[in-house]
Design a protein around this ligand. Structure first.
Ligand code: ASP
Ligand code: MG
Length: 416
């Protein structure tokens, strides 16, 4: 293991989108170096590069082979690591850029969404030993056969967290264009506040229920190897949000944040004969189309002879789901199928829910006060979600933010 003062600094696309920003990021790494740290940088492609490369691919081909997509998309990060190394040299310091292949960041062979399997440390440690700032291309990997892979959109975060874990870094710093994770999307809720500290579990729930701050797999790496992840602005020195293991102080606040997930559809299968195999048939057919289903509810009536089933899918999957459901309705004798194609899901997330009572009541009260109708409700240990109509989504979010007084708390507990 390397000594304690190792930091991993990951810079997202907006933080390296032009020469000036590259120099700014370089200065931050140099500063950490001069403070006595060993520094590993992970860099994303500049600005919207990855999107532009993807649209180029789609201009050339209606169905680009995934291997070639990975070949193409990884060039974005190769550009930015080289430029970053040049910027650091320009400032009179030692740096070296490394691709995943040079470093030995090994993945499985699932092109466009590969998973990291192993990271070699020799090359990294040798370069750090020489006093260099090591600049690693985010988002990419290499498989056993030497093929280039990518880890999924937004996955430079995951490269950063995985390197921090492997090298035993004290923290993984994620530099971005926002100054942290907020109690709600500030574009929708203007008095949303930056959260100081949030647990891995809460962050995972917030990410999956709509807060688009971080790649989920990065949070999972942080959690598994207990590496705190510090999400912060690349423009200031202000501390951002620390994603970390849960502490006792965190439970003093019931709700850490609220989220809105849009572009969903709610599906209701009405009056199904309640017989073994009915539900499994419909969900295995839907799964056969690679459609992800969430928030399944079933209830029975007519002395258990009939059932209603509801669930939520991405709106783009509604047409196929409709076809499947309507066909099965005929074949198997449901009374009806209802699909609401423009709904959203609002969620309240917090580990404090475990020890506070009345959280659900407060959420429903806030929605009713705003005259918002609820389609379905689902709960888990640290999340309560309601599906509402799309047009009500932003108002629902604001009403919940207000009811839980999130503008007042720092969302992190004060003790530490
Ligand atoms: N450049 C990649 C993307 O845009 C990876 C990343 O930025 O995290 O998805
Ligand atoms: Mg990102």
């Amino acid at each position: 293991m390397l000594h304690m003062g190792l930091v991993v600094q990951k810079f997202g696309g907006t933080s390296v989108s032009d020469a000036q920003k590259i120099h700014r990021a370089a200065r931050r790494a140099i500063r950490a170096k001069l403070d006595g740290h060993r520094v590993v940088m992970v860099v994303s492609a500049m600005g919207r590069t990855t999107d532009k490369l993807l649209s180029l691919a789609n201009d050339v081909s209606s169905n680009p082979p995934k291997r070639e997509l990975d070949m193409l998309l990884t060039t974005g990060e190769q550009v930015s690591i080289a430029l970053m190394a040049m910027a650091i040299h320009d400032a009179g310091h030692e740096a070296i850029s490394l691709t995943a292949a040079q470093l030995g960041l090994m993945t499985d062979s699932v092109h466009t969404k590969a998973r990291i399997q192993r990271i070699e440390r020799q090359r990294l440690e040798r370069e750090l030993e020489l006093g260099r700032i090591v600049i690693v291309a985010g988002f990419q990997g290499i498989d056993q056969a030497g093929e280039i892979t990518t880890l999924g959109r937004g996955a430079s975060d995951t490269t950063g967290a995985a390197l921090a874990a492997v090298l035993g870094a004290g923290a993984c710093e994620i530099y971005t264009d926002v100054d942290g994770v907020y109690t709600a999307d500030p574009r929708l809720v203007p008095d949303a506040r930056k959260i100081d500290r949030i647990s891995y579990d809460e962050m995972l729930e917030m990410a999956s229920s709509g807060a688009g701050v971080m790649h989920s797999r990065a949070i999972e790496f942080g959690m598994r190897f207990n590496v705190p992840i510090h999400v912060r602005s690349s423009l200031t020195d202000a501390p951002g949000t620390m994603i970390m293991a849960e502490t006792e102080g965190m439970e003093t606040i019931a709700i850490r944040g609220v989220t809105l997930r849009e572009n969903l559809a709610a599906v209701f299968l009405i009056g199904m004969p309640n017989q073994p195999g009915m539900v499994s048939t419909v969900f295995s057919e839907i799964a056969g189309h690679n459609i992800i289903v969430d928030d399944i509810i079933q209830n029975i009536y007519d002395s258990g002879r009939k059932a209603n089933v509801g669930f939520v899918i991405d709106a783009e999957d509604a047409p196929v789901t409709k076809e499947v459901a309507e066909r099965l309705a005929k074949e198997q004798g449901y009374e009806g199928v209802e699909i609401h194609e423009s709904v959203s899901k609002v969620s309240a997330v917090g580990v404090g829910m475990r020890s506070h009572s009345g959280v659900a009541a407060k959420m429903f009260d806030a929605l009713s006060g705003a005259k918002i109708n609820i389609y379905t409700i689902s709960t888990s240990e640290i999340v309560i979600s309601c599906v509402v109509s799309r047009e009500d989504g932003p108002r629902a979010l604001a009403a919940m933010h207000e009811a839980f007084e999130l503008a007042k708390s720092n969302g992190g507990g004060s003790e530490g």
